[in-house]
Design a protein around this ligand. Structure first.
Ligand code: ZN
Length: 294
């Protein structure tokens, strides 16, 4: 046992010898927020007390009970406001808990990747959503493991508005940088050490994938699959009927859209801040990998 104030950690067998520095039990309390018994300790070295709760990531949270259910609700197409109603807390509590839960999920995801065997088949794609208004679109790059459907990583990037909205967007918000390549690079860079050198990698025929994949995974077996439209237009051979080579990534993208409330199309729950969207995605990824595809 180590004292968090002075770092002293003499073995408990010294605790009855007066004058030696040691940490000893010093009463207990029942934590109000979850009724758990928490042991307190006294440190003879610095004459201060402490409890083990100090090492709990939820230390000093008054509503720790909501952490797990909130994570599941946010990954089940429930809005932050509705989650607050269901859990009987204020929406400010939910808003404050989002980045906290996201960080826990990110840490856990990093561990998950470290402990997983090298990935031998992955699929990549991008979905588009908006930052509050259609004039400010966002791209979300997603990588999944084709075996087991685990999400390996996500990255949110800004992109300029296209089509009829492009001019209006520039007038109202100025030029909007296209960070999709950088986003994809960051995603690939994080995955490099977890992917087998000769892994199979599949994407659709989006033009900038090939260069990036050959840079980060030069020895991979890269395959570009023509989208259904292109295939039907007869530019290349038509895919086998009924078989979708990008099934896993397409299915995962559909799950993201269905289960992350702010990605649902025609929703009134939109992202107001790309950082919060990234937090929400980190939480979904954790629930997806640990509950939905377990
Ligand atoms: Zn101490």
């Amino acid at each position: 046992m180590k004292c968090p104030h002075c770092g002293d950690h003499h073995h408990a067998k010294h605790r009855h010898q007066k004058g030696t520095s040691a940490v000893q039990k010093h009463g207990h309390y029942r934590r109000k927020s979850d009724s758990r018994f928490i042991q307190r300790y006294f440190c003879h070295q610095c004459q201060r007390t402490f409890s083990l709760a100090i090492h709990d990531p939820a230390y000093r949270q008054k509503k720790r009970r909501i952490n797990h259910p909130l994570k599941v609700l946010l990954a089940s197409s429930v809005s932050m406001r509705r989650a607050a109603k269901i859990l009987g807390v204020s929406r400010h509590t939910v808003a404050k808990r989002l980045p906290f839960l996201a960080q826990l999920c990110r840490d856990r995801h990093a561990q998950f990747l470290d402990q997983s065997p090298a990935i031998r088949h992955l699929q990549l794609d991008e979905l588009h959503t908006i930052d509050h208004t259609k004039l400010k679109p966002l791209a979300v790059a997603v990588a999944v493991c084709a075996k087991g459907r685990k999400i390996l990583g996500v990255e949110v990037s800004s992109m300029p508005a296209t089509g009829p909205l492009a001019t209006k967007s520039r007038q109202k918000y100025g030029p909007r940088p296209d960070r999709r390549r950088q986003g994809l690079q960051q995603l690939l860079a994080r995955l490099v050490s977890h992917v087998d050198h000769h892994a199979k990698i599949d994407t659709d025929s989006h033009p900038y994938y090939r260069a990036l994949i050959s840079r980060y995974f030069p020895q991979s077996a890269y395959r570009q699959v023509l989208g259904k439209k292109a295939a039907v237009a007869g530019q290349e051979q038509v895919q086998n009927k009924g078989h979708d080579p990008l099934f896993v990534i397409n299915h995962t993208m559909a799950m993201l859209r269905a289960n992350i409330n702010r990605l649902v199309r025609r929703t009134w729950c939109t992202t107001k801040d790309p950082t919060r969207l990234a937090d929400h995605l980190a939480i979904y990824m954790s629930v997806h990998n640990q509950m939905l595809t377990a």
